[in-house]
Design a protein around this ligand. Structure first.
Ligand code: ZN
Length: 210
């Protein structure tokens, strides 16, 4: 699969890459692969993640298979700017947890000639586009959508179904809290409803998780 459509003949030409998908789709593994490859090429790399994501290690971007790379936890996207001087590649993991100003920050960095690689969930557990990811997808040069495998039917999964009863949007969890589902299996639990007034999509749960 050819998933990186990048021209590298001018290393100072900045651009944005987005790696998005559901949980368990390998987003972080793909981010780490690209960042490690840049490091092998002696490029100066900085990696950031929201301080909220402390599942495994405060200072590392850690994927589910223990493939780790050092990162800096930050509270807001604006903190990236002063730390990204003299840097060639900036990685951002769990980007869905940042505010919308991440979009302006990433575009500012790319305009300055930095390669920006952003990984994040494209939809929340209700199937609604998540945080700044939709705007990043729209403004990025390259978008890679990765998929998990549906635990119910084995098809490609694009939803992160929450299997514990918890209604806060930001809930960092693992295998015990979420499962990947395909569109069909997810839609049987959360039929999508189109709001006729706004035209926006909302999902309404008809499932009692108790
Ligand atoms: Zn399925």
């Amino acid at each position: 699969m050819f998933i990186e459509n990048i021209r590298l003949e001018n290393p100072r030409r900045g651009f944005i890459e987005v790696i998005c998908g559901s949980m368990f789709s390998g987003k972080t593994e793909e981010l780490i692969r690209r960042l490690k490859r840049a490091k092998y090429a002696k490029q100066r790399v900085e990696i950031f993640k929201p301080a909220i994501d402390q599942r495994y290690d405060e200072k590392k971007v850690v994927s589910h298979d223990d493939n780790a790379i050092h990162s800096t936890p930050i509270k807001s996207a604006a903190e990236i700017l002063p730390m990204a001087t003299n840097i060639e590649v900036v990685g951002v993991d769990e980007a869905q947890f940042f505010e919308d100003d991440l979009v302006a920050v990433c575009n500012h960095l790319a305009n300055k000639g930095i390669r920006v690689i952003v990984a994040g969930l494209d939809m929340d557990y209700l199937g609604v586009p998540f945080g700044p990811i939709p705007q990043l997808v729209a403004t990025a040069e390259y978008v890679t959508k990765v998929h998990a495998i549906c635990v119910k039917c084995g098809s490609l999964a694009n939803h992160s179904h929450r299997i514990v009863k918890e209604e806060t949007l930001v809930m960092v969890g693992e295998m015990e809290a979420y499962e990947p589902l395909c569109r069909l299996c997810f839609s049987q639990l959360y039929p999508p409803l189109l709001n006729p007034e706004t035209g926006s999509m909302a999902n309404v749960s008809n499932v009692d998780l108790d």
